[in-house]
Ligand binder design. Structure first.
Ligand code: NAI
Length: 336
């Protein structure tokens, strides 16, 4: 088996706990790997690096092309630009992919959710171009380019085709943001009409779309959105299948890919050993498929599905009392 070199960023808050768990599971499942561990976030500064996204960390991802990342803390309303936004822009990780599916043994309103959220990751309101016009009046610039809108639309249709998905739904607000969301919509529609006419395609105004999702999430197959909408709606959808502890994610570009859970650094439970590591383990599974270790990915997936279905070692967010390590050990115990 080929040995992989994978960059690992523990991150802040619960990051080191959940990333450590994911590493343990992948190694126990037989992954042959050299981890290149480097910091990002507040931890990087505490360790004496020059800033929250050290040049060494960025260079390592550029060199090795794949990273597993823990969440990092971002100050609200002041301070440095989000490490995640910087990473996505600097590495051109233009597509965020977040599969949301109902899990065995995790009781929620619905038991048959199975959707993929694809979010444009580099522009929109997250361009971070904000200005004070005069005291008391500030603006934030929403950027949409034909290049990025076309690129994410093509990515979504290609991804949907590969995953044998049937339908793409685009959420938008082009009735109000006629130019920016209008461009996003036009690019999506063009890729559909010119390149993927065999996939079903629909456009839904986002506010009504959110209502429809909570009424019946099974009507969504692949959901395509610009940056801010994708950020918000993926947390909403996480709530449909058991919360932030169970939804994985990836940030994909043409040159590199960074895998990370949807959740943040959860300062309220950091260091207590109670975080659910599943979302990070699932992100690891997505990473394994990306590096063509499908057999190991499947082994892990079956193991955690079994632990969840059994229900004896659930973490607190899923109604159980297991700690991070107990859950991780249970998953390792089920590896076949
Ligand atoms: P959060 O996702 O960290 O936490 C929201 C709630 O969910 C909290 O009650 C937390 O305890 C719970 N939670 C999250 N992950 C969990 C897990 N694995 N197991 C059990 N419970 C879990 O969101 P919040 O509080 O809005 O953000 C905290 C920090 O994280 C902020 O600085 C934010 O900027 C950052 N953040 C970083 C992300 C990243 O690095 N990818 C993504 C989202 C937020």
């Amino acid at each position: 088996m080929a040995k992989h070199t994978i960059v690992v960023i523990p991150g802040d808050g619960i990051g080191p706990e959940v990333v450590g768990a994911a590493r343990r599971v992948m190694e126990a499942a037989g992954l042959s790997v050299d981890w290149v561990e480097l910091p990002a976030g507040a931890t990087a500064v505490e360790q004496g690096f020059e800033n929250v996204l050290p040049a060494r960390t960025l260079a390592a991802i550029q060199a090795h092309k794949v990273a597993l990342k823990g969440p990092v803390t971002t100050p609200v309303g002041k301070g440095f630009t989000s490490v995640n936004v910087q990473l996505r822009k600097k590495l051109n990780l233009y597509a965020a992919v977040r599969p949301v599916r109902s899990l065995p043994g995790v009781k929620t309103l619905y038991d048959n959710v199975n959707m993929i959220i694809i979010r444009e990751n580099t522009e929109g309101l997250y361009s971070g171009i904000e200005n004070e016009v005069i005291p008391g009046v500030v603006t934030s610039l929403k950027v949409a380019t034909e290049l990025a809108c076309t690129r994410i639309a093509r990515f979504a249709f290609r991804y949907a085709t590969k995953q044998h998905r049937k339908k793409i739904t685009v959420f938008h607000k082009a009735n109000i943001m006629k130019m920016t969301d209008g461009l996003f919509l036009n690019c999506s529609r063009r890729i559909y009409e010119e390149e993927y006419p065999n996939i079903e395609y629909e456009e839904v105004i986002i506010d009504a779309g959110c209502m429809k999702i909570v009424q019946d999430p099974t009507r969504i197959d692949v959901l395509l959105m610009e940056n801010l909408y994708g950020d918000v709606v993926s947390d909403l959808c996480a709530g449909l299948v058991g919360g932030l502890g169970v939804v994985p994610g990836s940030n994909i570009g043409d040159e590199a890919a960074v895998f990370e859970a949807v959740h943040g650094s959860a300062p309220d439970i950091a260091g207590k050993g109670v975080a659910n590591p599943l979302a990070c383990i699932m992100s690891g599974v997505m990473m394994l498929r990306h590096v063509h270790e499908d057999a190991i990915a499947l082994r892990i997936e079956k193991a955690y599905d079994e632990v969840l279905a059994e229900g004896k070692n659930l973490t607190r967010d899923l109604g159980g009392s297991a700690g991070t390590n107990q859950f991780t050990d249970a998953v390792i115990g089920k590896l076949k």
